[in-house]
Design a protein around this ligand. Structure first.
Ligand SMILES: Cc1cc2nc3c(=O)[nH]c(=O)nc-3n(C[C@H](O)[C@H](O)[C@H](O)COP(=O)(O)OP(=O)(O)OC[C@H]3O[C@@H](n4cnc5c(N)ncnc54)[C@H](O)[C@@H]3O)c2cc1C
Length: 414
């Protein structure tokens, strides 16, 4: 990792990474005139260090050079070149921040992964960060934790270096929330699994080289009959007698449901981290826009209903940030954070809907066009309340921990 950055540079980086708008327009201003210096001077207390800031600054350079200049073009083409982008990110070490060094990872604790997830929010859309998150925190955590040396060498190492694109195959046509009810089957034949079934909604599905596939490998109880299998891909997410070697199973056969639940924790914390910068950016873009646009003889921002609402939203984003950082600190210290991670994901989804909807309103007709960022995030961030466990699934998990879930439902969910 980069070292030797001067104090002023680190301070500057800290300010910039916590305020995307400041990053674009305040680079040369003295501290006292930066609009957000006082409110955001110490958001990283107790969790993030100068090294986290340096990691973020290096990633920001890659994003500014290799990603953001092309986002509009890729949006228009409805596809981004995943292999090219991932290779750049892999070369910088960003795809394996908390993965083991034996397989090319940086071997850092999970707070560094969250710092990276947060910085990915400076990408000017929701879809590309999501594909990167699938690679780093959704399709590979179980492989890194439970996989054999063979599957780690074949699938994890090239995913960390950016030579392979990974996807996650959990959801199916028949349903996504009820993970236990999936129908895809993998039956042992000779030394192989023979796979039949199909997956749906697979992020990176058309570009991926392999899938972390959840399939039924026996007829046992639905929480004990599943396995995670590394499945080499040819862009098909429907499987008709597809053969893979049995060695491609991740960890113990039959433990796939449990591994996937563990893997979901990373996905949920990642999702909460990834929305912080975009939400703040949207709030500050909206401040700027409503300050310059006039109605009834005054800037729209001067209406108390507008500036009070934006202040409330900014407060909510800071509350989410605090909850997330607390959750990460507990996670890094080895605690079970299932309840807190679910709370983070629930709040991230709801707040993303609230911020994008409210900000879009203040942009008036401009907000309805696809020319402005607020409209892109209004679309992309709607996913947060659905993917990786819908809001209602998060509420059920929280209720389970609060012991308020009706017994019948709790029994069914076991
Ligand atoms: C853009 C996008 C990308 C995705 N990427 C992936 C991916 O890479 N890999 C993957 O495996 N999946 C992926 N998904 C699928 C995603 O995880 C599922 O859509 C999600 O889990 C919800 O499942 P479902 O769509 O089948 O909704 P359903 O399970 O049919 O649920 C529909 C709605 O019912 C409600 N509901 C569900 N359960 C309850 C409950 N217990 N109590 C009350 N209400 C409830 C919720 O409001 C929910 O939104 C992606 C989805 C989208 C839209």
């Amino acid at each position: 990792m980069a070292s030797g950055a001067s104090v002023s540079r680190i301070l500057c980086t800290k300010l910039l990474i916590n305020n995307p708008l400041a990053a674009s327009r305040s680079r040369c201003l003295p501290l006292s005139t930066r609009p957000f210096a006082s409110s955001q001077s110490q958001p990283t207390d107790n969790l993030f260090t100068d090294e986290h800031a340096q990691l973020r600054a290096s990633l920001r350079k890659v994003i500014d050079k290799e990603i953001n200049p092309y986002v509009d073009e890729w949006e228009a083409a409805k596809q981004f070149p995943a292999h090219k982008v991932f290779k750049k990110l892999g070369e910088g070490g960003f795809l394996g921040v908390s993965k083991p060094t034996e397989y090319g990872g940086l071997g850092l604790d999970y707070s560094y992964s969250i710092a990276v997830a947060e910085e990915l929010g400076s990408i000017n859309c929701g879809a590309i960060p999501m594909a990167i998150g699938v690679q780093t925190d959704m399709a590979t955590p179980a492989l890194a934790t439970f996989g054999s040396d063979r599957v780690k060498r074949e699938f994890l190492a090239p995913s960390i270096s950016g030579d392979m694109v990974a996807c996650l195959g959990v959801s199916e046509v028949g349903g996504g929330s009820d993970v236990a009810s999936i129908q895809t089957r993998a039956v042992k034949k000779g030394g192989d699994y023979v796979i039949n079934g199909g997956k749906m909604w697979t992020t990176s599905g058309t570009q991926a080289d392999w899938m972390c596939l959840l399939a039924n490998t026996s007829d046992g109880p639905p929480h004990r009959n599943k396995s995670l299998i590394c499945l080499p891909m040819d862009a098909k997410v429907f499987f008709d007698n597809v053969h893979v070697p049995q060695e491609y199973v991740i960890g113990e056969e039959g433990e796939g449901f449990t591994y996937q639940m563990v893997q979901f924790q990373a996905e949920r914390m990642w999702a909460a981290a990834g929305c912080l910068l975009p939400l703040q950016k949207l709030i500050w873009d909206t401040i700027e826009y409503t300050r310059s646009r006039k109605a009834f003889g005054q800037p729209i921002l001067n209406n108390q209903t507008v500036h009070f609402r934006l202040a409330e939203l900014e407060t909510e984003v800071e509350l989410l940030r605090s909850l997330l950082y607390r959750t990460i600190a507990l996670y890094v210290a080895g605690n079970d954070v299932t309840k807190f991670a679910s709370m983070c994901k629930l709040k991230a989804g709801r707040l993303s809907r609230e911020v994008t909807d409210e900000c879009l309103q203040f942009w008036g007709g401009m907000g309805f066009t696809s020319d402005v960022l607020v409209s892109r995030f209004y679309r992309d961030f709607r996913l947060l309340s659905i993917g990786g466990g819908a809001d209602e699934v998060m509420l059920s998990i929280i209720c389970k921990y609060m012991d308020t879930l009706p017994k019948l439902t709790a029994k069914k969910a076991k």
